[in-house]
Write a protein that binds this ligand. Structure first.
Ligand code: C2O
Ligand code: CU
Ligand code: CU
Length: 480
């Protein structure tokens, strides 16, 4: 089977309503090679322990012709470098804030304890401050990401550029016959959009509580990128890095994408798709095979009818490409039984700024769940199906399994895969199986970042029965 649709109703991502802005490329922008974030070098590697320094900094980037743009990034002027860690590794990170404002370093998709290591609102790093965190990687191969998360200015800081890929690798991935020459036949594709004012970003000016669309595409920080590839397979790790925009990806010439991964793992079985919707916060991993093209051809990646990236086909040159067929089974997800003593939890995403009828409060714990207890969460988007939008629901510090959509089978690319962000359509209820393998206080929210900042966010305390009275120091809006 080749799936031919986005699995979401066109009406729900209607391009004509709720502040939608079409993409455009400003005059004078030339095509340029896709920037591939360099792999972040560890400070040291000692047996199973790996040490990194991550500095949030201000920089200048040549994005448009003319004046450079002031941007923020991690060890880079814009976005960051790609951090690569292995399952089982103990990771030590020295965090450094060289920005003029406080920030936090959130590991979206990493299953680490909350709330400090997780890096949400309760873990501010003040200007000039340095902090150390450490965690053990206890999850399978996937693309996760690091982004700023100071409440309520997450959206502004991500808009300025604070986002980078964090790749988890494992033995399963090493064994799989998939392209893995980073920057050669394996590329992270960070999908974003920005608006420029005299070549500068001005988040305040573009602010829209319903979510900020940018007018200009920014793919790994470039407006009009091309990638040199060969007549072989290429692996693309997509990251939905926009504040608001969903990406509706498809290839020119009706090229099939073989989807192999979702947010936090590979899929159990690869599936073939023609179209792929990626919401804010989500990751999707695909392989495309250019074998039917010849040197000199170009194949473009589109979102709707807008061309995002051009792949330029060349003669096959490198020798270590893996062209073997993918096995039918590429990952075996754990699917633990639900705790029969626990009722289904109900979480509603309301308007554009509330969860279960309430705006976020840093001092309020909205739910508690026991460590490792597997429970159903029913996530309902209470927007009317006549005039609502897709809200991407995200949980910190845990992966979940998607069980059903309105009682029906979930989409084929969200079955048997670990997710941490899932699109929920207006009027829809998505049932998740959620369990936390680390204690702490964690946020869950809509990943349209303006919605999150406006209050469509809540928090859960994960209680370790061995230490049930553990208290967590929560920040409030005044002390932050
Ligand atoms: Cu991408 Cu609160 O997270
Ligand atoms: Cu997160
Ligand atoms: Cu939302």
């Amino acid at each position: 089977t080749v799936y031919e649709n986005y699995f979401y109703s066109e009406h729900d991502f209607d391009k004509e309503h709720m502040g939608y802005k079409p993409l455009s490329i400003p005059e004078g922008v030339e095509a340029a090679p896709l920037p591939v974030p360099p792999v972040l070098k560890p400070d040291k590697l000692e047996g199973n322990d790996i040490y990194y320094t991550i500095e949030a900094q201000v920089g200048e980037s040549q994005i448009l012709p003319g004046k450079k743009t002031t941007t923020w990034g991690y060890n880079a002027p814009l976005l960051g470098q790609t951090m690569v860690v292995k399952t089982g590794q103990r990771v030590h990170v020295h965090l450094k804030n060289s920005l003029p404002v406080l920030t936090s370093f959130h590991w979206h998709g990493m299953e680490v304890p909350g709330p400090i290591t997780d890096g949400g609102c309760h873990a501010p790093v003040y200007p000039g401050e340095e902090k150390d965190i450490e965690f053990t990687v206890k999850q399978p191969a996937a693309l996760t990401w690091l982004h700023a998360h100071p409440c309520p200015s997450t959206a502004m800081q991500v808009w300025m550029g604070l986002a980078m890929g964090v790749v988890v690798t494992d033995d399963n991935e090493a064994r799989l016959p998939i392209p893995k020459n980073y920057g050669v036949d394996e590329f992270p594709i960070i999908l974003q959009d920005r608006t420029f004012h005299d070549n500068q970003l001005d988040y305040r000016q573009d602010y829209d509580p319903m979510g900020v669309f940018g007018e200009v595409p920014l793919i790994n920080g470039a407006v009009k990128p091309f990638v040199d590839v060969t007549t072989r397979k290429v692996r693309l790790l997509f990251l939905g890095g926009s504040d608001r925009r969903e990406w509706r990806l498809h290839f020119e010439h009706d090229l099939t994408m073989t989807q192999i991964g979702g947010d936090d793992s590979f899929l159990r079985h690869p599936i073939d798709v023609k179209k792929l919707l990626i919401g804010p916060g989500e990751r999707q991993q695909v392989i495309v095979d250019f074998k039917d093209f010849k040197p000199g051809d170009t194949v473009a990646l589109y979102t709707d009818d807008f061309k995002l990236v051009e792949f330029r086909i060349h003669e096959f040159a490198h020798t270590d490409a893996d062209d073997k067929e993918l096995p039918f089974n590429i990952f075996t997800p754990e699917d633990p039984d639900v705790n029969p003593d626990m009722p289904v939890r109900h979480v509603t995403m309301d308007d554009h700024d509330k969860i279960n009828g309430l705006r976020f409060s840093m001092e309020r714990i909205d739910m508690e769940q026991e460590l490792n207890s597997v429970e159903y969460w029913d996530i309902t988007n209470t927007n009317s199906s006549a005039a609502g939008m897709l809200h991407p629901f995200h949980i910190h510090g845990a992966h979940f399994l998607v069980v059903s959509r309105n009682g029906q089978k979930p989409n084929p690319n969200e079955i048997n895969v670990y997710k941490d962000t899932v699109e929920v359509g207006p009027g829809e209820t998505v049932r998740l199986k959620v369990y936390f393998q680390n204690p702490g206080v964690f946020m869950y929210h809509c990943h349209i970042i303006e919605h999150e900042d406006a209050g469509m966010m809540a928090q859960i305390k994960i209680v370790d029965p061995k230490d049930p009275d553990k208290e967590y120091k929560l920040m409030d809006m005044e002390t932050i």
